[in-house]
Design a protein around this ligand. Structure first.
Ligand code: ADP
Ligand code: ZN
Length: 751
């Protein structure tokens, strides 16, 4: 007799471990063992859930442990999705199992078993998902069997008659109508007078809305030209990346819609990513009005259950368009023909925990793997994107004008130097008072991040920068020094400003609360509201504040960058920017770019209605190019200055970055590991002759976070390949105590 060939499979495990593992599939499970399913496997002394990647051909089956169970009826991911996951794992140097876990909806992990119960006669009666013991995914429907021989009496008969009348009915509805009727329902089934069917219940967050259908708008020449190139690319059916550069209101969304129509006609699907949860309802409405096909919405504001429902609809092919935030990138769409990344410059496309992927970058990878057209849209593209477009690596499409000829807001810069830390300059107070008298609404914009961490000369506005890295020095309280958090350069705070010689250096700090207080004092009768992370916590908090503004219940709204994003506030006629400096002086090489983007966006909030708007930018740096170029709507001018700076100091796109963070509860241990890590990096770099700068270790700007001391090492490579080789060898060769945590961030965004 022939011995059967052992069935060996490769399994990825969602733990911080490199590589995948091999297991033997026992004969009883063999027919069900398919790639893409979850499996229960022994791991060390534990049982863990892993992902079956496929069959493996390895010798030594005798030593392998056995798969204990197969947890899914259907695969959760396809071969081409696995290819994408592998790419991500390789690029971000993250374990494949954790990448897969992150890519699948969290709701899936609530579902411990998918079970099919047998009725008395052996036919399946009840299918349900058991999630933490609760039955949450299915609704039981009762369907009468018309020619049944046996009938119940009393309440049971009443129910049966009702069922006959209705054709079928959900258990929940029957309970509302007849009270607790479970025994009667069971009896109906037992008698063969009705059968029961379990149906999955979708929770559609937009279910209650009705949408009026509309058609495509006739395009203006710039839109038509963009659409022509995009639709030719879609019809070509191969990967083609584009930058769609156009100010807010220039008609980018209309171009997305019409490009997607071309893709749908060609039998392909579309993925649309937006940076903010709060923006999706408006956008979803536009898509629902335009298209009849299924549209799924995936964003982090949904509960796990809602997300999981949407995910399943997509997996079953019931949606051809997916709209969502960052994580929508992993929507299980097939035949993707178009991927849109709206507001491609937004930092929120980068995930800052776990797998530190950037959805904007990965949109290009997914597009390449599935032969799709990728549209990166923005009014203020990333400097790196614009550079790529100028060098032909992205197709460049421009929409230079607003569709409706709205006048651009009148913008003024207010010089806050020599004002000794006043919250508001007199000109701004005057403008606010005037606007209030005229019944206009005012937005006060300030960026809380980075407050009170840097020192600035109150007289000339000079901010101390690192002589090596050109980033702002951060004031480090523990050391009492100014520190560069890229290279660890440090200096004692000077008594007087080194630039103008006589100004006093003070710590800048103005929170939203303090601004609110001041506004109330200045304008006791104004209705003042505040929108930041504290006031909009919880589902709908954000929308509530916006609604108040829209309904004219607020005269002055104070907010962080949240209010800068693409909302339309027709009643807003004055915008005050109080903290352009805070973002300008973030210890980040992108601080100028961020500031340009923010100020441009904030300016776009003024005068969207019939009345012209006015913007006042109060700043200590009225000559900085990020501000002067923003207020004159001069993206190209900004780009030219910024790209020269990047090239001179060696930042993207002229270098590629990665940052390593080591943290430990015991400072000495963390420091020791960080030193060892840096030494190993230097050694690999020398031996492999890699052109990568290793900067640090430095103590992280916040020093101690959640009880752990943190060190950072910054890697800067001219060639991406060199940087990746260094990281790859480092990860393979670096060992550290289990009490030390290492995270690798490739292409870090907030640094
Ligand atoms: P963006 O996405 O660049 O902000 P939108 O596509 O939202 O621009 O367009 C701004 C406004 O102009 C919307 O109200 C839209 O319906 C309208 N619009 C867009 N394209 C046209 C067009 N070709 N003709 C008339 N109105 C248009
Ligand atoms: Zn430095």
């Amino acid at each position: 007799m022939q011995t059967p060939v052992p069935h060996i499979v490769e399994v990825a495990i969602p733990l911080p471990l490199e590589g995948s593992f091999h297991y033997l599939v026992p004969e009883r499970l063999s027919p069900q063992a398919a790639a893409g399913k979850r499996v229960l496997v022994p791991f060390g002394r534990r049982k863990v859930t892993g992902y079956l990647l496929g069959d493996a051909d390895v010798p030594g089956a005798g030593e392998l442990k056995e798969v204990l169970d197969i947890l899914d009826e259907e695969p959760l991911f396809t071969a081409s999705e696995l290819e994408f996951f592998r790419w991500i794992a390789g690029y971000y140097l993250h374990p494949l199992g954790e990448v897969i876990k992150m890519a699948l909806p969290a709701g899936i992990n609530l579902v411990s078993r998918y079970r099919c119960e047998q009725g008395e006669d052996g036919t399946p009666v009840l299918m349900e998902f058991l999630a933490g013991g609760r039955k949450v995914r299915t609704e039981r429907y009762f369907i009468p069997i018309p020619d049944a021989e046996r009938r119940p009496r009393g309440k049971g008969l009443e129910i049966l008659e009702y069922l006959m009348e209705m054709g079928e009915c959900a258990a929940a509805e029957l309970r509302t109508r007849f009270g607790n009727c479970t025994p009667q329902l069971n009896r109906l089934v037992q008698l063969g007078a009705a059968r029961v069917e379990a149906r999955e219940v979708y929770r559609d967050p937009f279910r209650s809305q009705q949408y009026q259908h509309d058609g495509p708008l006739p395009l203006n020449p710039a839109q038509a030209q963009a659409l022509e190139r995009l639709s030719a690319a879609v019809e070509g059916g191969t990967f083609a990346p584009f930058l769609l550069h156009g100010v807010t209101g220039s008609g980018k969304t209309e171009v997305y819609l019409q490009t997607i129509a071309v893709a749908l006609a060609a039998g392909r699907s579309a993925l649309v990513m937006v940076p903010e949860i709060a923006l999706t309802p408006q956008l979803v409405g536009r898509f629902k009005r335009r298209f009849d096909c299924g549209i799924a919405v995936l964003h982090s504001g949904l509960s796990d259950g809602e997300r999981y429902d949407e995910w399943r609809r997509i997996r079953r092919g019931e949606a051809s368009i997916v709209i969502g935030a960052r994580s929508a990138l992993f929507a299980p769409l097939t035949q993707v023909g178009v991927i849109v990344v709206d507001e491609e410059h937004e930092g929120s496309y980068k995930q800052s925990e776990g797998v530190r992927y950037n959805a904007r970058d990965l949109a290009l990878v997914r597009g390449k793997l599935s032969g799709a057209v990728v549209i990166l849209g923005s009014a203020t593209p990333l400097v790196t994107s614009y550079h790529a477009a100028m060098n032909g690596r992205l197709g460049y499409l421009q929409l230079p004008d607003r569709v409706r000829e709205l006048p651009m807001p009148q913008t003024e810069m207010l010089d806050a130097r020599r004002q000794k830390g006043e919250v508001f300059l007199p000109q701004l107070i005057e403008a606010m008072g005037e606007n209030l008298d005229n019944g206009g609404q005012t937005l006060l914009f300030l960026n809380r991040r980075g407050f009170a961490t840097y020192l600035v000369c109150e007289s000339c506005g000079h901010v101390l920068r690192c002589p090596n890295c050109e980033v702002t020095l951060t004031f480090h309280r523990l050391k009492g020094k100014h520190v560069c958090h890229y290279c660890d350069f440090s200096m004692l705070p000077p008594k007087n400003c080194p630039h103008c010689g006589d100004g006093e250096i003070t710590l800048l700090g103005r929170g939203t609360e303090r601004v609110e207080e001041q506004v109330q004092q200045l304008f006791p009768h104004a209705r003042v509201s505040r929108m930041d992370r504290d006031t909009t916590r919880g589902k709908g908090g954000h929308a509530r504040v916006l609604k108040e503004l829209e309904d004219g219940e607020v005269d002055i709204l104070i907010g962080t960058q949240m209010i800068a994003k693409g909302h339309d506030f027709p009643g807003v006629t004055l915008v005050g920017v109080l903290s352009a400096d805070a973002s300008l002086n973030l210890p980040d090489f992108r601080s100028a770019e961020r500031t340009f983007q923010l100020v441009t966006q904030v300016m776009g909030r003024a005068g969207r209605g019939d009345k012209p708007g006015r913007v006042l930018v109060q700043t200590l740096a009225p000559e900085h190019y990020a501000l002067t170029r923003a207020v004159t709507h001069d993206f190209e001018g900004f780009y030219r200055e910024e790209i020269a700076f990047r090239e001179e100091v060696g930042y993207p796109p002229f270098a590629h970055l990665a940052s390593l963070t080591l943290s430990a509860v015991a400072a000495s241990q963390g420091e020791h590991s960080a030193d060892e890590a840096a030494a190993l990096l230097q050694k690999i770099k020398r031996e492999c002759r890699l052109r990568v700068e290793v900067l640090g270790p430095v103590t992280a700007p916040l020093g101690k976070v959640r009880g752990r001391f943190r060190w950072q090492i910054l890697l800067k490579g001219r060639e991406r390949a060199d940087l990746h080789r260094l990281l790859f060898h480092f990860r393979g060769g670096f060992s550290h105590p289990s009490t030390v945590r290492l995270t690798i961030d490739v292409d870090p965004v907030d640094m």
